[in-house]
Design a protein around this ligand. Structure first.
Ligand code: ZN
Length: 371
């Protein structure tokens, strides 16, 4: 269901041919029909099926379109995509960031502003690189964790808006090339080098392993993360069910079933101390799951993945010697590469600037203004 906070217009796919002039009160429903888009208004108007889709735009550029109850800046394109509709919000990069930064860094306080600004630059840099590489598809970014979480204008806060304005157009570059500036919730004490996540040969000089230790102490800037330490105990039957369900996606050439787990153990550590691989011994053989994929193969019944690869695994045996359960104890949350968001928050509280935070997690990069 589409509406708006003011009068709006329905255009043909060219964005110029005016089709309808809905009032602020009008609501329209669009649906796919045979590879085309059909529409109907609550006031009884109907849009015959169109193969190219439609473009929706508020008359006043400060008004917002409302799609399924969520408000969005800019315009909305509705195009057919097989048996479904592809809904694309087109808006300026700075407006997009207003719906991303608050969801990626959470509700923050004024004394954490430097972390919010660092997050704004990281999110802008990431989006900037995706826009440059999205040639050949009708959109630049997906509004979920697969790119960056985007909540439209309902997500906006005064503090994050101010951080975006205060860093307007600023992105990170390394030797002139845009940097995608990866980030994660908490590194657990030390970030991972790019090669630990993306494999050997994926070295990126601006993504080394960085210590989050507070100088002169045993504590880390990200220890303030509410779930800095975690543990997960998974019963053997759930381990086996998870292996049956997920292992084939992460182990090449797996034939037949995964087998019943006998033991689950770490196979080496990366330079930053993360699990290099997970070795899963079963009655059908031994499976090795590399790097970050180790988080995805053994899950509790709710399907939740392990928070990080910064863990140790303990296989607990039952009375007969069979595997009873596996306990993972770990630190941090996320892939561990690039900026540690809770480390950035801790550094901001300690008085570090947003420039210094970015230079810490992305050493050798330069802050440049692209517009
Ligand atoms: Zn950290």
């Amino acid at each position: 269901m589409v509406g708006a906070t003011g009068p709006w217009r329905v255009y043909a796919a060219d964005g110029k041919t005016l089709l309808f002039r809905p009032s602020a009160r009008d609501r329209w429903r669009f649906e796919p029909v045979g590879g085309r888009v059909r529409g109907a208004s609550q006031s009884g108007l109907s849009l015959p099926a169109r193969s190219g889709g439609v473009v929706l735009r508020p008359v006043d550029s400060t008004a917002r379109l409302i799609v399924d109850g969520k408000r969005y800046r800019g315009e909305i394109g509705v195009t057919p995509a097989g048996q479904a509709l592809l809904v694309i919000n087109r808006l300026a990069l700075e407006s997009y960031l207003r719906g991303v930064v608050p969801l990626e860094i959470g509700r923050r306080l004024p004394n954490e502003m430097a972390a919010v600004r660092a997050q704004a630059v990281a999110a802008r840099s990431y989006a900037h690189t995706r826009i440059r590489t999205s040639v050949g598809r009708p959109f630049d970014l997906v509004g979920t964790v697969s790119n960056q979480v985007y909540g439209g204008s309902d997500a906006e806060t005064a503090l994050t808006d101010s951080a975006i304005v205060g860093t307007r157009g600023v992105v990170l570059r390394y030797r002139g090339a845009p940097v995608d500036a990866p980030y994660h919730a908490s590194c657990g004490g030390r970030t991972a080098a790019a090669s630990e996540l993306y494999g050997a040969g994926a070295e990126r000089p601006y993504l080394p392993s960085v210590s989050d230790r507070i100088p002169g102490s045993d504590a880390h800037y990200c220890d303030i993360y509410p779930r800095a330490e975690w543990s997960r105990t998974i019963e053997a039957r759930d381990v086996n069910a998870a292996l049956e369900k997920y292992l084939r996606d992460y182990v090449a050439g797996l034939r037949g079933g995964a087998g019943r787990a006998v033991a689950v153990e770490e196979a080496g550590r990366t330079p930053s101390g993360r699990v290099a691989a997970l070795r899963i011994r079963t009655d059908r053989g031994t499976h090795v799951v590399q790097g970050n994929n180790a988080r995805f193969v053994i899950r509790p019944p709710n399907g939740e993945i392990l928070p990080s690869t910064y863990f140790s695994a303990e296989s607990v045996r039952g009375p007969g010697g069979a595997l009873a359960r596996v306990t993972f104890r770990g630190r941090g949350n996320g892939h561990g590469v690039g900026m540690c968001q809770w480390g950035a928050i801790g550094r901001a509280r300690a008085g570090q600037s947003w420039q210094s935070i970015l230079q810490t997690y992305f050493p050798g990069t330069r802050l440049e203004t692209i517009y």
